[in-house]
Ligand binder design. Structure first.
Ligand code: ATP
Length: 319
């Protein structure tokens, strides 16, 4: 394989640039031509394809977001859209593609592979919601961003003896809430995978109150319900005033952590290696600190479990 391309798709995540850099430079080290596709699948269909060189990915390993930009495309979900994308790639003589993105992006990548175009996926999303890899690219940075916010909120919560409800990202997966909540010493963590009655939360608050604890931090993943709803119910059921903080898109940005730079570099290089070996229809991931490969079919069918031991531990430690 002499010509390959790379694109980023779906929500951006810190570490995507490290992965793009690794794809480009690993490819060049094998004597390949490596192309960057701008604006994800939308740009692919429009032929926004540029030859990269080693210098074009210089000075990006420390930058958040993605230099290739990202997009969401309805047209690419259609057979005609996918055919158009493949035609643009073939027009340039490109034989292999690396897709950096989330679950939706991999569904698109699988369609390309099914149509005979060699495609490998790199899990890039802050949510950590992809099966077959213990960590997704961007998750570690996002957890650290949330943790920094929790630490700051704790300062004011302690000073004013207040309860804060902090809403973090995670539509279906509570990993950001769980990891940041456990690391930040949150009193309660609400995640979509575990059904928690609001009574339990208020009971913990009131029990803490009796012991003289006047400040608390409750972390809620957005997939559970809005933080304002939790605040309202705490007011109604326990008569306690709370303050609400919704962290929002700040969680997506920022310079990637050392872990995400390392992960992006390792996954990017492995993706190129797989294309070179003639493989397709797979995602590269990390398990027990080893870079692994998983068929897309397994990524889509294996359930992405939360670590319930970690959840129980958070309850034990935050009394
Ligand atoms: P994130 O987890 O950050 O949202 P994602 O990759 O899951 O990232 P999506 O918006 O679900 O984000 O998908 C990105 C793009 O992948 C879509 O806009 C679409 O172009 C393509 N895509 C999604 N699902 C399919 C599908 N079933 N078939 C073909 N292409 C798809």
């Amino acid at each position: 394989m002499q010509k390959i391309a790379v694109l980023t798709s779906g929500g951006d995540a810190p570490g995507m640039n490290a992965a793009v850099r690794a794809v480009v430079r690993r490819g060049i080290s094998y004597g390949m031509e490596v192309y960057g596709i701008y604006h994800g699948y939308e740009g692919l269909m429009q032929g926004q394809i540029t030859l990269m060189d080693a210098g074009s990915v210089g000075d990006i390993i420390q930058r958040g977001g993605t230099i290739l930009h990202s997009s969401r495309s309805e047209e690419f979900k259609t057979d005609a859209g996918q055919q158009k994308g493949i035609a643009e790639l073939r027009r340039k003589g490109i034989e292999g593609l690396v897709v950096i993105g989330g679950d939706g992006s991999f569904r698109g990548a699988q369609k390309l592979s099914d149509k005979g175009f060699s495609t490998i996926g790199i899990p890039g999303t802050i949510d950590n919601d992809i099966s077959g890899t213990e960590m997704t690219l961007g998750f570690d940075t996002a957890v650290n961003t949330v943790l920094e916010a929790i630490d700051k909120i704790r300062d004011t919560a302690t000073s004013h003896e207040r309860i804060f409800v902090v809403e973090v990202m995670g539509r279906h997966c509570g990993d950001i809430a769980l990891w940041a909540g456990l690391s930040g010493g949150a009193e309660s963590i609400l995640i979509p995978e575990v059904n928690v009655e609001i009574n339990d939360v208020t009971h913990r608050l009131l029990e803490g109150n009796k012991r003289g604890k006047k400040h608390s931090i409750i972390i809620v993943a957005e997939g559970v319900c809005p933080a304002s709803e939790i605040a309202q119910r705490i007011k109604e059921e326990a008569g306690l005033d709370t303050r609400v903080t919704v962290l929002g898109h700040v969680q997506r940005g920022g310079s990637p952590s050392a872990f995400d730079r390392m992960l992006g570099s390792r996954l990017g290089a492995k993706a190129v290696d797989l294309l070179r070996e003639g493989q397709s229809g797979k995602m590269v991931g990390i398990q027990r600190n080893r870079i692994t490969e998983v068929d897309f079919a397994d990524v889509f069918t294996i359930e992405n479990d939360i670590d319930l031991d970690m959840y129980e531990l958070s309850k034990t430690l935050s009394i």
